[in-house]
Ligand binder design. Sequence first.
Ligand code: HEC
Length: 135
Amino acid sequence: MQKLMVAAVGVFLGSVLLTAAQDQVQEIWEVPEEERAVENPIASDDDVLAEGQRLYERNCRMCHGETGLGDGPATARIKPAPRDITTADAQDRMTDGEMFYKITVGKRPMREFESRLTEDERWSVVHYLRTLRAG
Ligand code: HEC
């Protein structure tokens, strides 16, 4: 009987820990206030948006999907899948500086892009991400 109790408590604790671990994965990715405050130094125009789109398609689409829903083909293999970045909620939650920072440093399984894209390239991707807003 006692053994059964111990086993039951163990299973219970295990599921609590598992839930906690899953919750952590779902947490909103917070960035420092000073990074949020940085403004996009590049003015948006057709060329910048075309460049942003080209870079997005090459570097981001496989995970974030064609339109930013977080449904790219690579999400079959990665955890967590990226959340939908097209919603009004996501677009309003993130400042340009915050998007830039996230692209710059990355967060597993998303790589950092500091060593792959120049600052101007990262800012043009930020302009492009704004065009994906759905609501
Ligand atoms: C290997 C897959 C992968 C690639 C490639 C990738 N990302 Fe991500 N991205 C993710 C995942 C997963 C997250 C969620 C990370 C978390 O919050 O734990 C994420 C988060 C983000 C976020 C923050 C979303 C939010 O709601 O906080 C932005 C913005 C973003 N990515 C933009 C980009 C851009 C732009 C590129 C290309 C330059 C890119 N990502 C490339 C997987 C990827």
